[in-house]
Design a protein around this ligand. Structure first.
Ligand code: SF4
Ligand code: SF4
Length: 118
């Protein structure tokens, strides 16, 4: 399962709303609506952020092209791919459902670091 926009170490979203992932997606299942960052309302380090980010997982073929296209490593394919739901709308994953909170991202990075030591 794809999971953008992950939180960067500074707590901002990594996604800069560039839509390269959507352009690379052969299944046309990504929808990105960018908006401008301002000093009062900053979401990402860049000029823009993704105000709307959606993946229709009914159409995703888990090819990984979106992950390869992303210039900020915001898009990360995870090991969860056996998904099912009886309500089609619930298979559209929104930014709110996809974003990894900074605390969890740090915990996961620490777990990987420890695993690599052993
Ligand atoms: S994994 Fe492939 S099909 Fe799924 S969102 Fe990414 S580019 Fe599109
Ligand atoms: S390619 Fe990466 S940074 Fe650009 S919109 Fe997609 S997830 Fe965000």
């Amino acid at each position: 399962m794809a999971a953008p926009p992950a939180a960067a170490r500074n707590g901002l979203e990594r996604c800069i709303g560039c839509s390269l992932c959507a352009a690379a997606c052969p299944a046309r299942c990504l929808r990105v609506v960018p908006a401008a960052n301002t000093e009062e309302n900053r979401h990402s380090p860049g000029e823009r952020y993704a105000e709307v980010y959606e993946i229709n997982l009914l159409r995703c073929i888990f090819c990984g092209y979106c992950e390869e296209a992303c210039p900020t490593n915001a898009m990360v394919l995870r090991e969860t791919f056996e998904l099912a739901d009886s309500i089609p709308e619930d298979m559209i994953f929104t930014k709110e459902r996809l974003t990894v909170p900074l605390s969890r991202a740090l915990e996961e990075a620490e777990a990987v670091r420890i695993r690599n030591l052993s």
